[in-house]
Design a protein around this ligand. Structure first.
Ligand code: PAF
Length: 281
């Protein structure tokens, strides 16, 4: 496994892969790797000749009051995991390699970045789109792998790839869950034992949503109220949003019409968690 710290070295390695006729699968991450990330690496290995992973806690996607400083960083442990999973290359740039002094260009994803999580995280998706575009130009992958857990991110990145003509297939992979249903996330590390016990309430709410859908309930306001009651019954939970949206433009729907995605953001203690469930015809 090769570890690259500079853009020049990563690009040179990717060019070598491409010149050798290899397809490159790419898994962008912010590290603190869990089984969710590793499932993406596994899938990339299955579908490509070479797999590159990036580990970069991207300052541009954190708001001034968010957790950039405290975001978990476990680089040595991550490298061991990636080597065991057979990654071919790991790109670990410093912040000033990615954003040299004076950098000012950002990608503006528009209105799609202001919905759902964007409402409480202004600028977040512009920061994600900027770093992902840079990483695409650096790694030059054929396919890039993202988890369904960050549903809005997957929508933004598919749109970005389409509209900026990146010749890269965007692969969306299923959410990986703990045994009690909690979606895997690096931020789960912030939860204390009582909060960890409370956190599966997000999945409980999604499952309750599914039971309404399965029984043909059509009125979205009824579903959302019932899910709010369920989430509010957990004293450690504070709802940020519960929304049913159509999956392309993320517009809220009023009457259930498939396909749709049920999206949640809920704080458990001080930790903001997100989860979602998709419903198809
Ligand atoms: O999902 C993440 O970990 C990040 O948003 C990503 C895609 C690596 C960009 O920094």
């Amino acid at each position: 496994m090769q570890i690259l710290k500079t853009i020049k070295d990563m690009q040179a390695l990717s060019r070598t892969f491409i010149a050798g006729g290899k397809t490159i699968g790419f898994v962008p991450t912010m590290g603190a790797l869990h089984e969710g990330h590793l499932s993406l690496v596994k899938r990339s290995k299955r579908e490509n000749n070479a797999t590159a992973v990036s580990i970069f806690v991207n300052p541009a996607q954190f708001g001034p009051k968010e957790d950039f400083r405290q975001y978990p960083r476990y680089i040595e442990r991550d490298l061991v995991k990636l080597s065991l999973f057979g990654a071919d290359a790991v790109f670990i740039p410093e912040a000033d390699e990615m954003y040299p002094q004076g950098s000012s260009t950002i990608i503006n994803v528009g209105n799609i970045g202001e919905k759902l999580c964007g409402a409480s995280r202004p600028g977040h998706f512009n920061g994600v789109a900027t770093v992902v575009s840079k990483l695409f130009n650096i790694v030059m992958p054929h396919k890039a792998y993202f988890g369904q857990k960050d549903f809005q991110q997957t929508v933004v990145i598919k749109k970005l790839a389409r509209e900026l003509n990146f010749d890269i297939e965007i692969m969306i992979c299923p959410t990986i869950r703990e045994a009690d249903g909690l979606a895997m996330s690096s931020r789960n590390m912030y939860l204390n034992p009582a909060e960890r016990k409370a956190a599966p309430v997000l999945y409980d709410a999604l499952k309750r949503g599914k039971s309404f859908m399965d029984s043909g309930v059509k009125e979205v306001s009824f579903i959302i109220e019932a899910l709010a009651d369920l989430l509010n019954s957990e004293p450690l939970a504070t709802i940020d949003y519960i929304e049913l949206v159509e999956p392309e433009g993320l517009e809220k729907i009023e009457m259930v019409k498939l396909p749709t995605v049920l999206c949640l953001a809920v704080k458990i203690g001080a930790t903001r968690l997100i989860d979602n469930m998709a419903f198809t015809p």
